[in-house]
Every structure is written in structure tokens, then in C-alpha cells.
Design a protein around this ligand. Structure first.
Ligand SMILES: *Cc1c(COP(=O)(O)O)cnc(C)c1O
Length: 369
């Protein structure tokens, strides 16, 4: 918490305006767009999942359409498109960033491909110049799953503002939070009206509130994707402290990185790589253990000493729903390997030096062959 959350919620209560698209929603949207130097607009949603679902409707995904994405991601990346009848085509990841391997994307393209969905893992950008060019050359939509990437950059651009659409998450596990929450970044102004309708249950209610039409009516398919003003009020307080939150996390990230250099040199693990084009928001600090190390036993030993180190995704191509609804292109060797050897270390705002040192010490003492 940053301190102002309850005051803003009290104000929302005082305003007697609790449904979506009130003062705090507008303020949050403006702050998100300006903090990302966005050329388009940001709309608040109740989750990043909702933002991805809006993008899937807006890009008119139809049954049988193929959408290229990594398998090493959260279920919503795929589920949003499967809900429209789309088929996720999973592509292997890079071993350095755990992001989709841009060199394998072209091989996965078929006549049915409609979109590429890069996921910026841990807040570190995918190779966007190359991915953007592939999307352009093949006339595909580019939808960034920037759930973890708020305030991260690729070259001069913030994540979420590079593709046609970007999806952000403010879930309480992310850097900037509102419990549940998200935003869709609409990067072409010509798409704004379409998104407004999809987000407001398929109606032109937003235009009605601006006085553009006398009555609002059903215009397209859509759903209820807005958060309430209470959620937006909480989020406002968080966004105002976005840079401080990020800086604090970055400090912890760097300390982990320095202290774990010797373990990397001794070949026991690999530390995360941030390519020089990328500025990271330090969302996650993870390590990838060497093949000879037993990840489950190592995690268990850490957990037994009170350190909440955890693994990450079960790759979607190997999940029951992923097998049913998706396909994979090429081999999933790197995805399988990384998913079985990655450990995320505790990272929160206000973590003390003692706590950081303790986690490193426990990791060093817990590594089991
Ligand atoms: C957290 C996350 C989501 C889902 O975000 P919600 O706001 O919880 O819907 C989607 N994709 C990725 C990569 C995530 O990390």
C-alpha cells in the first residue's frame, strides 16, 4: 500500500458514483496513458484477462483462426482467443529471457494465422522490432500481453504501446495493483470507438454519456469489462507512486543479481538476462537451475526454511486445455526445460537488505543435486 488508497476510496464513496467510468476511472486512464507516453488511449478493465478478451473481439477472431504465442505464459493469453474459437499456436521461447523466440515465429505462420501475441515475461520485452516487422509483412495483428510489463521499455517505447493493442494487469501479484484490475491500450485512435462499445456490454453507452446520441443501444458483441470506481480509486493511489514502487523493486532485483553472480560462475544456475534494448520494471527475479540440480527438492528445502520461492507456469501446450484447444509449432524443448528448472525468488516493495541476504543464503544452502 502507498498510503492514499483508503482516502481515495473514501472520496469515491463520497462522490456517490460507484459504477465504472467515473472520475477515478478517467483519472487512472489518463495517468496510465501519460506515464507510457501512449499515442492512443488506455481503458481500464477489471483484469488483463478482460483486456485480452476485448482484443480478441476487436480483431474479429473467428473459429479456426490461428494465434501465435508462447506456451510459457499464463492461461489468459490463450483462453481469450479460444473463447472466440481461435487456435493458439505455441512457439518455443528463448533460454535467456524466457520470451517467445522471434526467429521461430515465421515458421508457425499459416494461411489461417491472424495475430501474434508476444508476452513480456518478468517485465522484460520481447524482440519487438523483429516481431513487429513479421506482423506487418504478414498482415497480422500484434497484441502485446504486457500483464507484467507496466513501465518497462523496449528501446524508446513503453511495453503495451508497441502493438495494435496492449494488455496490462493490476492484479495484486503485479507491480502496481488494485486487487483485480487491468487496462487495454488502444494504440490506433481509429479503434477507440470500437473498443468503447465492446467494453460497455456491446453498447454505445460511452457516446451517450458524452451526449453524442439521444439513446444508447446494442451495437456489437461485448461484455461488462469495467472495474468499479472503488477499484479505480485504489489504483489511482498506486499509479501515482508507480516510479517509486518500480525503483524499490529494481534495487532488490540488482542486489539479487550481484549476490548470485558467483553461483552462475560456478555453473549451478543462470541469472536472468536483460537485453540492452530493454528497460525492465523488475517484476520478477528468477534463476534457472542447471540440469544436474533437482528443482523440486531445492524448492522444498527453501520452503522448509521459510523462504517462499516458487516455480512458474505449467507450459500451456502440456496442460489439458492446451492440448485440447491448441497446437505447437516446432519443438518445445526450451519451454519444457526452463519450466522445469526456473525458480522465482521473493520480491516485494520494502524488502530489507537482511531479507535479501537471507534469501540468497537459503538458496545457496538449499541447492540439491
Ligand atoms: C497476470 C497475467 C495475466 C492475467 O492478468 P489478470 O489481470 O489476472 O487477468 C495474463 N498474462 C500474463 C502473462 C500474466 O502474468
Amino acid at each position: 500500500m502507498t498510503g492514499n488508497e483508503l482516502d481515495y476510496i473514501r472520496l469515491a464513496h463520497h462522490n456517490l458514483r460507484l459504477a465504472g467510468d467515473g472520475e477515478f476511472t478517467k483519472k487512472s486512464q489518463e495517468m496510465i496513458a501519460s506515464s507510457l507516453s501512449a499515442k492512443g488511449s488506455a481503458f481500464l478493465t477489471h483484469s488483463c484477462t478482460a483486456a485480452l478478451e476485448i482484443a480478441a473481439i476487436a480483431t474479429n477472431i473467428k473459429p479456426g483462426d490461428e494465434i501465435i504465442m508462447p506456451s510459457f505464459t499464463f492461461v489468459s493469453t490463450a483462453n481469450a482467443f479460444v473463447l472466440r474459437g481461435g487456435i493458439p499456436i505455441f512457439v518455443d521461447i528463448r533460454p535467456d529471457t524466457q520470451n517467445i523466440n522471434e526467429d521461430l515465429i515465421e515458421n508457425a505462420i499459416s494461411k489461417k494465422t491472424r495475430a501474434i501475441v508476444p508476452v513480456h515475461y518478468a517485465g522484460v520485452s520481447c524482440e519487438m522490432d523483429k516481431i513487429k516487422k513479421i506482423a506487418k509483412d504478414n498482415d497480422l495483428f500484434l497484441i502485446e500481453d504486457a500483464a507484467q510489463g507496466y513501465l518497462s521499455k523496449y528501446k524508446n517505447n513503453y511495453l503495451g504501446t508497441i502493438g495494435d493493442y496492449g494488455a496490462l494487469s493490476f492484479h495484486e501479484t503485479k507491480n502496481i495493483i488494485s486487487g483485480e484490475g487491468g487496462s487495454i491500450l488502444v494504440n490506433h485512435p481509429s479503434n477507440l470507438k470500437k473498443i468503447e462499445v465492446i467494453r460497455e456490454k456491446g453498447t454505445n453507452r460511452s457516446g451517450f454519456f458524452r451526449g453524442e446520441v439521444a439513446k444508447y443501444t446494442w451495437k456489437n458483441i461485448g461484455s461488462s469489462f469495467l472495474p468499479s470506481e472503488i477499484t479505480a480509486a485504489f489504483l489511482c493511489a498506486q499509479i501515482e507512486k508507480g516510479l517509486e514502487i518500480t525503483k524499490n523493486r529494481e534495487n532488490t532485483w540488482r542486489q539479487y543479481h550481484q549476490q548470485l553472480e558467483s553461483l552462475e560462475e560456478s555453473g549451478l544456475l543462470k541469472r536472468p538476462v536483460i537485453p540492452k534494448e530493454c528497460l525492465s520494471n523488475s517484476h520478477i527475479y528468477y534463476v534457472v537451475l542447471d540440469n544436474k540440480i533437482d528443482r523440486e527438492r531445492t524448492l522444498e528445502a527453501m520452503n522448509n526454511k521459510g523462504v517462499n520461492a516458487v516455480s512458474h507456469y505449467v507450459p500451456l501446450h502440456s496442460s489439458p486445455a492446451g492440448k485440447k484447444f491448441g497446437k505447437f509449432s516446432g519443438s518445445m524443448n526450451i519451454t519444457n526445460r526452463q519450466a522445469n528448472s526456473l525458480i522465482r525468488l521473493p520480491l516485494w516493495v520494502g524488502m530489507s537488505n537482511n531479507e535479501i541476504n537471507h534469501v540468497v543464503r537459503v538458496l545457496k544452502n538449499s541447492i540439491k543435486i
